[in-house]
Ligand binder design. Structure first.
Ligand SMILES: Nc1ncnc2c1ncn2[C@@H]1O[C@H](COP(=O)(O)OP(=O)(O)OP(=O)(O)O)[C@@H](O)[C@H]1O
Ligand SMILES: [Mg+2]
Length: 504
């Protein structure tokens, strides 16, 4: 191959002329003036007088298959050659990595993502609709599955409920989301039924809810699920009637371990009516989602746990997502802290740690191993202009999850509607086709490694082709994600086939 560097060179780029065809995205080797090997990628190819004029962007110096920052200009006299497959294979290979696809310019070079870095530093999968996000999630799940990974997918469209691959045999668990109010703390129950906690009147309602909660627990110790909520509603109704005429209510005080009486005024009547309404609305709204088994108890380690949120209203989905995110993080924190406290010299702390560990082992097994939470349609839960209860907890996972082995994966077709703080906390970005310049700019602001040149490539990506940047990939690259060779529900529908009743 005849190749010659032409024009000026710099630390960052150079131009060369070749009589052989060179593809966009191809990897080439050159030398800098210190005679270091330089790895570069072809960013533009023009054809002039039957010669290919290629602009290459320097990736870095190559030493022992590791890339380092280049500090010297490219030597104008050096030859340029295609980078060997062997070298590229070594660069892109990551031990215990996730094998997601191949380099676009060379289909035989496999690309791996560093599993630990992807999970602990979080990731985002972004594209226009139909760009290949769900396919990417399915491929990642297959790879997580090979590593016995614990995954929870929050799935608003019920796309993954039928996720199937022979390598995921018995590893996918589709879950109908249910909450068991009887295992919640009174505070959690207050959150779930939608009693914020920021004003005085709400605090009064929270106090009444706590009274009622402890009273029902005392009087009907075995009650759970819908029966618990119904009894709670009945008791609150009795209290409403008593407060209407200013009579005392009787409730159980768990700290004093006895019943107490409390006078009621007009104010209390109003708060009790409003609380009763909240509980009734919750009962009605979540009638299909209040159960004896709590969703967190359903999650299993080493499985792809798919939470099918389809059919729920948006506010209900948000409630579930917030509940799940909160529990995954807080139970993992408690688990790790309790493990540490097992060696604590203080007996009380030690006993408490054993109690917590037993409780987690029995009810929240998912928290005993690191876990990845993948959120489809993430813009619903972490919107840019609003603070939902889900954004609070997903944001916490994004900021603190790393230390406790809780990873977050955001999937969205509307990147600019995602909250920028949370998006920028996702270190690895898998960006499939994005056409809209506003979306492109928005993503660029949220990712350190997404340079101008890569942004330009975004609109021209084909289906399943992704720019992958961040800590989990050895170098920013354009990757053809494998087509998932199993089943998931998001694939394009054969519209004409269905209209014409063709099953062949
Ligand atoms: N890597 C790939 N290789 C080949 N085909 C792909 C690839 N990724 C996706 N496709 C095809 O493109 C179609 C859409 O893919 P997918 O469902 O993953 O898109 P999406 O980005 O999740 O869309 P939406 O935003 O609507 O959820 C599917 O029919 C799928 O078969
Ligand atoms: Mg999808």
């Amino acid at each position: 191959m005849y190749v010659k560097i032409i024009g000026d060179t710099s630390i960052k780029d150079f131009t060369f002329e070749s009589n052989n065809r060179i593809k966009f995205g191809e990897y080439v080797l050159a030398k800098n003036i210190d005679n270091d090997d330089i790895l570069a990628v072809v960013k533009d190819v023009k054809l002039t007088n039957e010669k290919f004029i290629c602009t290459a962007k320097v990736i870095g110096t190559l030493k022992d298959n590791k890339i380092e920052i280049n500090k010297s200009p490219i030597s104008p006299e050096c030859g340029v050659k295609l980078c060997d497959d062997k070298i590229l294979n070594k660069i892109f290979y990551v031990q215990r990595g996730l094998n997601i696809g191949s380099i676009v310019s060379r289909k035989n070079i496999r690309v791996y993502l560093d599993t630990n870095k992807l999970v602990s530093r979080h990731f985002a999968i972004l594209s226009v609709t139909g760009g290949g996000k769900s396919n990417t999630v399915a491929v990642l799940c297959k790879e997580f599955g090979k590593k016995n990974g614990s995954v929870v997918i929050l799935d608003p469209h019920g796309e993954y409920a039928t996720l199937y691959h022979e390598e995921l045999e018995k590893k996918v668990k589709a879950i109908h989301p249910t909450i068991n109010p009887a295992i919640l703390s009174p505070e959690e129950l207050a959150d779930i039924i939608g009693l914020g906690n920021n004003d005085k009147e709400i605090n009064k309602k929270r106090v009444f809810l706590e009274y009622a909660y402890h009273t029902i627990k005392k009087e009907f110790p075995g009650l759970s699920g819908m029966d618990f909520i119904e009894k709670l509603g009945e008791l609150l109704y009795e209290w409403v009637k008593l407060a209407e005429v200013g009579w005392e209510i009787k409730y159980y005080h768990p700290l004093k371990r006895k019943y107490d009486m409390r006078k009621t005024g007009e104010d209390d009547f109003i708060n009790l009516v409003s609380l009763y309404d909240k509980v009734s609305k919750f009962k009605e709204d979540f009638s299909l989602n209040i159960g004896n088994k709590d969703i967190i108890e359903e999650f299993e380690i080493g499985k792809i746990n798919v939470v099918n949120l389809s059919g729920l209203e948006i506010h209900q989905m948000i409630t579930f997502v917030s509940y799940i995110a909160k529990n995954l993080l807080s139970k993992r924190i408690l688990y790790i802290k309790s493990l540490r406290d097992l060696n604590h010299p203080n007996e009380m702390i030690k006993t408490n740690a054993i109690k917590n560990l037993n409780n987690i082992e029995t009810h929240y097994k998912i928290a005993t191993k690191p876990v990845v939470l993948i959120v489809e349609e993430a813009h619903i839960f972490i919107p840019i202009n609003e603070n939902t209860s889900a954004s609070l907890w997903l944001g916490k996972i994004a900021r603190e999850g790393r230390k406790f082995g809780v990873g977050l994966g955001l999937v969205s077709q509307r990147p600019k509607q995602l909250h920028p703080d949370v998006l920028s906390q996702t270190n690895t970005k898998i960006i499939l086709r994005i056409v809209e310049p506003e979306d492109q700019k928005y993503i660029q602001r949220a990712s350190e490694e997404l340079g101008e040149d890569l942004v330009k490539d975004l609109a021209s990506l084909g289906i399943g082709e992704a720019i992958v940047v961040g800590i989990a990939i050895p170098l920013p690259s354009i990757v053809k994600i494998d087509r998932f060779d199993g089943i998931y529900g998001g694939k394009d529908i054969d519209i004409v086939g269905e209209w014409m009743g063709m099953n062949w």
